[in-house]
Design a protein around this ligand. Sequence first.
Ligand SMILES: [Cu+2]
Length: 69
Amino acid sequence: MASTTYQVQGMTCGHCVNAVSTEIGAIEGVTDVQVDLAAGRVTVTSDKPLSEDVVRAAVDEAGYELAGA
Ligand SMILES: [Cu+2]
């Protein structure tokens, strides 16, 4: 089990939270996604450690930007 918190830029409302959660949740091995909208933080729990590139691609696909882990 691995849990990593990422900083995501551009999220402004519940729709953004849903979009990011859905895209990251679709990554293989991800079991939970928690978004702190006010802080712009996304905590991802997964079966095994995730490549940051994979998470970045999912965030990008949702229309936002991964600013760092
Ligand atoms: Cu939004």
